[in-house]
Design a protein. Structure first.
Length: 202
């Protein structure tokens, strides 16, 4: 619980958040009742629990094992998405979209097309999400791009999708961790490069 509270102290005030238990968002209609980091931190400090709504609109308390960013329009009108690389084939597809060459260290090659930004992982190799800002001109929907491996995909996660962030607990017992490949602020969201915007528009 202490690690969650410490993380909430660093998370931007304008991020929309949802409490989670092993990756699953808690509370009915959680998209309609987002928390700010300040709200979550306050409840966890006072009670060690968070109050969410059930289907009847009544509050009940849960003890979260993590927190998730609700993607899309934030409290300050900023629009956040993540690029979810789910497997080696996803990195291959990312490079292919940019007409790059898939050789050597696949992740390092892919990073040539990903501006420095906040990124996190569940700890599994070739599994990571990269955070970016898009122009707040429309509801950018999620998009899944198939890869050569049916069990792996490249996903552009948008409006009302969740991204579980560090130091949340993974169902397999690990904690999510920041990649910090670029040694920047863990919560810095860079502007999405043009190829990402083009991919959404295609």
């Amino acid at each position: 619980m202490t690690s969650l509270i410490e993380a909430l102290e660093a998370i931007p005030w304008y991020w929309k958040l949802a409490p989670t238990i092993h990756k699953l968002s808690q509370g009915y209609n959680w998209q309609q009742f987002p928390f700010s980091a300040v709200e979550l931190k306050s409840q966890l400090i006072r009670k060690g629990k968070v109050a969410v709504f059930n289907k009847k609109g009544k509050r009940y308390e849960i003890q979260p094992t993590g927190i998730a960013l609700i993607l899309g329009k934030q409290f300050n009108d900023e629009f956040l998405i993540t690029i979810d690389c789910d497997g080696k084939a996803a990195y291959h597809k990312l490079i292919e979209i940019n007409r790059g060459e898939c050789r050597g260290n696949m992740i390092e090659v892919a990073h040539d097309y990903l501006p420095p930004t906040a990124a996190w992982t569940s700890g599994k190799r070739y599994r990571a999400q990269y955070l970016y800002k898009l122009p707040n001109t429309q509801k950018w929907r999620s998009q899944i791009i198939k890869t050569s491996n049916s069990g792996e995909m490249l996903e552009f996660r948008g409006t009302n999708m969740l991204s579980v962030i560090p130091p949340s607990l993974h169902p397999e017992g690990r904690r999510y961790q920041f990649l910090n490949h670029w040694k920047i602020n863990n919560f810095h969201a860079a502007n999405a490069p043009e190829w990402i915007i083009n991919q959404y528009s295609s």
